[in-house]
Design a protein around this ligand. Structure first.
Ligand code: TRP
Length: 457
């Protein structure tokens, strides 16, 4: 068996897959979300838990997702149906595919709103309005911006249209080449901002904040684990669907390590760029989702060539967000094409419009609905969540880890060893290490973190 082919085509090479998966992984999660949740959750210990989760949970589950995708060669929903039947297991496993489709759709709805912020900052930085600006000035520019729902809506709309266009054309056409060039450029610009951060006199304080562990709460551990899933695009089928376009000969082990390494490097660099600026300007590390928009413009306003560097930086951030966004709806689009016989174009438009509509809730969360908040059961009982916070929390910290848990159980326990060994096709020690992690370490870790977050242990 196993000359199964995806009806959506195949990556042209192993590098193409690594680039696409890196494009999916590296995005707002690394540059926008990682610094702000690290700031909100106290730094060092949070970063340490996050790194452990990447190594012990993220990498094995990424390998499992790619492996399942390549074996099924269909959208995650149909892959789960097919593999469950091949392994003689319940058809109920399609629910895993469905949860992923819903999670991806919900994540994209707010992801697009934040990507819109980054787009607007391309123009704001370009206009020179940050040149010589004070920290207070930069913060109030941000506050004014997000209090205007029409602006946020306009940018959200533009970003969703951009996403629909690429998904409609098929994710494999064209983006590969752009990623090759633009990802290293983004990396280079981040290094420049880190260079600026070194001149603030607070670089060491930034490093201490990031890397010196202190006490940590159960909630923070859950957020760190949820972020490991989010940043690697795991738990909802995005990597599975990319795996379904992967040529047979590629080493899944090497690909997963390459993607995880690149992703982690970008996140840590973003942290090293941002926290020294936070401390040098007396800003709050826990400033929330606006953190990068309140700090990076200070750097661009004060460094040599700051306008050009800043414009390029935000442009590349938008690009990184774009290559992530397409992977969030690819599983849903692939499903509609396979099962409803829809044309790619229509499938993308339908899903895009629905995502856009839900995104309006997140647009309003920062202004008109800012005081419409509630508390969630079990978690952060003293904290108020608005629409955006709720979506972010439920997807990243509940749905993705749950999806990952079931992926690990399926790949590690339900699939016959012979099937996973054959599909993984890697060195024997690597297979054994993977199997141990995916059977025991990853599922137990997810369960323990869940229980800890609800104070059950
Ligand atoms: N990983 C991306 C980021 O860090 C976001 C993302 C893309 C994602 N695809 C995903 C998150 C699938 C979860 C699941 O910005």
């Amino acid at each position: 068996m196993n000359e199964r082919k995806s009806i959506h085509g195949q990556w042209s090479s192993k590098l193409a897959f690594i680039l696409a998966a890196t494009g999916s992984a590296v995005g707002l999660g690394n540059i926008w979300k990682f610094p702000y949740i690290t700031g909100e959750n106290g730094g060092g210990a949070f970063v340490l838990v996050y790194l452990l989760c990447i190594a012990l949970i993220g990498i094995p589950i990424m390998m499992a997702e790619v492996m399942l995708g390549r074996r099924g060669r269909r959208s995650p929903i149909n892959t789960m149906a097919l593999l469950a039947s091949e392994e003689g297991k319940s058809n109920g496993w399609v629910a895993l595919g469905w949860m992923g489709v819903v999670a991806g759709f919900l994540i994209l709805s707010y992801y697009s709103v934040i990507a819109g912020w980054a787009m607007s900052y391309v123009f704001r930085t370009g206009s020179g309005m940050f040149v010589g600006a004070t920290a207070d000035g930069v913060s109030s520019i941000f506050t004014d911006f997000i209090s205007d729902p029409e602006k946020l809506l306009a940018w959200h709309t533009i970003f969703m249209v951009m996403t629909m266009i690429v998904v409609a054309r098929g994710v494999k056409n064209g983006l590969e080449k752009a990623v090759t060039l633009l990802m290293p450029l983004l990396f280079g610009l981040l290094l420049l901002v880190v260079g600026y951060a070194m001149t603030t006199g607070h670089f060491q304080q930034g490093l201490d904040f990031l890397f010196t562990p202190g006490p940590i709460t159960g909630d923070a551990v859950l957020i760190a684990m949820g972020h490991a899933f989010f940043t690697l695009s795991l738990g909802m089928g995005a990597i599975m669907v990319y795996g379904s376009y992967l040529p047979k000969s590629t080493s899944i082990t090497q690909a997963a390590f390459a993607v995880a390494l690149a992703d982690t490097a970008v996140a840590l660099l973003a942290g090293m760029a941002i926290f020294p600026i936070v401390f040098a300007n007396g800003l709050e590390p826990g400033a929330g989702p606006g953190l990068i928009f309140k700090t990076l413009p200070i750097a661009f306003g004060h460094m040599e060539g700051g306008i050009l560097i800043g414009v390029s930086f935000f442009l590349l951030l938008v690009f990184a967000a774009w290559t992530s966004a397409i992977s969030l709806i690819e599983p849903a689009v692939a499903y509609l094409v396979e099962n409803r016989g829809m044309k790619r174009v229509y499938a993308s438009v339908w899903i895009g419009v629905a995502t856009w509509l839900v995104g309006i809730g997140s647009v309003l969360s920062f202004n008109v609905w800012a005081d419409k908040t509630w508390s969630l059961p079990f978690i952060f009982e003293n904290k108020n969540f608005n629409f955006f916070d709720t979506l972010d929390y439920m997807t990243a910290n509940v749905m993705l880890p749950l999806g990952g848990l079931f992926i690990a159980i399926f790949a590690g326990w339900l699939m016959r060893e012979q099937s996973s060994r054959e599909e993984m096709n890697t060195w024997s020690w690597a297979y054994k290490a993977w199997r141990f992690l995916v059977r025991f370490v990853a599922p137990l870790a997810v369960i323990i973190v869940f229980l800890k977050a609800v104070d059950a242990i």
